[in-house]
Design a protein around this ligand. Structure first.
Ligand SMILES: [Zn+2]
Length: 82
């Protein structure tokens, strides 16, 4: 883990301006997470942000075509009904 951090750090230092913008965009994107289907564990078409709040949300999975009722807050997803 430490080795990996050092690698990333070294890469950051040799970064030009456009690379820095890309890194910023990547960081922004990390604030979003795909919701995984609780039935088949595949990615759904929905994303959560760190401030997304869902209540009794019918999550439809395009893969297994099941609908699941979920609650979500701060990336914590709880399944109400499968
Ligand atoms: Zn599914």
């Amino acid at each position: 883990m430490l080795q990996l951090n050092q690698l990333v750090f070294r890469k950051d230092n040799g970064c030009n301006a456009s690379c820095k913008i890309e890194m910023k965009q990547r960081k922004e994107r990390q604030k979003e997470k795909w919701i995984l289907c609780p039935v088949c564990n595949n990615k759904t078409r929905l994303k959560l942000r760190n401030n997304t709040v869902l209540k009794n949300f019918p999550l439809f999975c395009p893969k297994c075509r099941q609908e699941t009722l979920i609650n979500a807050e701060k990336w914590n997803i709880s399944i109400i009904k499968v």
